[in-house]
Design a protein. Structure first.
Length: 163
């Protein structure tokens, strides 16, 4: 079964009001739907002004240049699509769709400020089912890239709670 997605049918573009407060617009689904527009690939120096970056093993860097999403934090992770899966990780997590699963888990770790080894113990290479992180994984050029967002003040769920 595929993991939950921010682009799932029925996803609310507005968070309902709480305790009589105003409803909060949710720009994230719109940004994720057109994420390709906001990703650039180049040298680390060329990506220095990106909102967030991911460094590749071949020296390139992927940068996110999307507009601000008030109330949200953003993270990206990228890997070469044709990179070999390290044997120890393939044995532990399986090689199927590995880089997509890896980049999603890395985004969640970045947004939750949790080391990947801690994430593995709780989720493997899965993503939180509670909707605490919204993400999209895509192919661009020769890369697998995941863009993830989490509301400010809430991290991705680890062990059934938000950090």
């Amino acid at each position: 079964m595929p993991p939950p997605s921010d682009l799932r049918p029925g996803f609310l573009p507005v968070r309902p009001a709480r305790h009589g407060g105003p409803a909060v617009p949710r720009p994230v689904p719109g940004l994720l739907a057109v994420a390709e527009r906001y990703l650039r690939i180049g040298s680390p120096a060329a990506m220095a002004d990106a909102v967030t970056r991911s460094h590749l093993d071949d020296g390139r860097c992927v940068g996110w240049y999307g507009p601000p999403a008030p109330g949200w934090r953003v993270a990206i992770d990228a890997e070469r699509a044709d990179a070999p899966v390290p044997p120890a990780l393939a044995r532990r997590f399986g090689a199927g769709d590995f880089w997509a699963r890896w980049t999603r888990a890395e985004c969640c770790c970045k947004l939750a400020d949790v080391p990947i080894a801690t994430w593995w113990r709780r989720h493997g290479l899965g993503t939180p089912a509670d909707g605490s992180t919204l993400w999209r994984t895509l192919r661009t050029a020769d890369l697998v890239v995941t863009v993830g967002f989490a509301p400010n003040g809430r991290g991705a769920a680890v062990g059934g709670r938000s950090l």
